[in-house]
Design a protein around this ligand. Sequence first.
Ligand SMILES: NC(=O)c1ccc[n+]([C@@H]2O[C@H](COP(=O)([O-])OP(=O)(O)OC[C@H]3O[C@@H](n4cnc5c(N)ncnc54)[C@H](O)[C@@H]3O)[C@@H](O)[C@H]2O)c1
Length: 336
Amino acid sequence: MVTKFGQVVTGLTPEQLPEYIPNNAPVIAIVDEQVQEWFTRHFPTIPFITIQAAETVKTLDTIEKLTLDLLSEEADRTFFLLGVGGGIVCDITGFLASTYMRGVRFGFVPTTLLAQVDAALGGKNGVNVSGYKNITGTFTQPEFVLCTTDVLSTLPSRVFNAGMSEVIKAALIADVTLFEFIEQHAREIINKKEPALSEIIHRAAQIKLDIVARDEKEKGERRILNLGHTLGHAIECNVKNIMHGEAVSIGLAYAAKFSQRQGWLTTADVLRITALLKRFRLPVDSIIPVEELHETMMKDKKKSGVLLHFIALTAIGKAVEVDIDIANFKFLILNS
Ligand SMILES: NC(=O)c1ccc[n+]([C@@H]2O[C@H](COP(=O)([O-])OP(=O)(O)OC[C@H]3O[C@@H](n4cnc5c(N)ncnc54)[C@H](O)[C@@H]3O)[C@@H](O)[C@H]2O)c1
């Protein structure tokens, strides 16, 4: 079932996608090389540039290269950029579109589960600089985000499961009934079966968009979307080859244990959360020493003064921000 809220449309068939592409502007697509064949099958007339999706490619060098590609295509301010790929392509395309000639129109066709429920939504974009993740970027909303589960059929299970970490995060933040739905339909979701798959995408995306609508620039409430991310970022910086969603999963498990120590979650709640993450083969234990994580935390961009905005849970389905002195972080969060 096609559902539209804000700029996001879910439940589309690939045949329906071209209807949404502007016909009043020249369009150029930035396409993840892994979905090039799928893209050309469904958008045979749109010119495109392919990129390889890797964190090492999410850099200012790539922005420079793509800028030169656009110039050689004689793209001016009237052009529309279409990002077709996972979170990496969406982040790169969003940043490129926000800065190329001081800003051109853009939209996304996200092709990973994580991008459909998270990275393509909310208007944040950016690239990494010298190992600092997403340190340079803008808040600029895409004109549309078009989600079809058809493109997820080629997604390797590890990448799909990494996306489930963000779906579970959304449920933990704001919707216990979504959490229960995932528990009850885990098998169908793992097998990418409808209607369960579209249902979780739609509901997780809506949770994020509702929060972003109330706090677009992350001055307050939007920070709850960082549940699992403070630690997740530190893990991503320290561990090669870990996926964003996998690092977030470890962060979610630690946030749950922290919340239990505050007396907000029960032991049973924590077990339920870790069991659901494990159901999707997601890691829940840190694989690197606590000292290394602590070092990285000290330079994490979410630290403000000496206080760290840490997101915890007061219940499954209810997130809360706790300001923690960075010096106590190791003791409070990591030692569990
Ligand atoms: N801007 C935001 O708000 C936001 C939010 C969350 C994450 N992110 C960013 O998103 C990135 C992670 O995104 P991701 O998990 O989608 O990773 P990704 O973009 O690296 O994609 C994962 C892998 O899947 C491949 N792929 C993509 N679509 C495919 C398909 N349909 N079939 C087969 N293979 C496919 C890619 O080539 C890549 O190898 C990180 O850089 C993270 O920082 C941004």
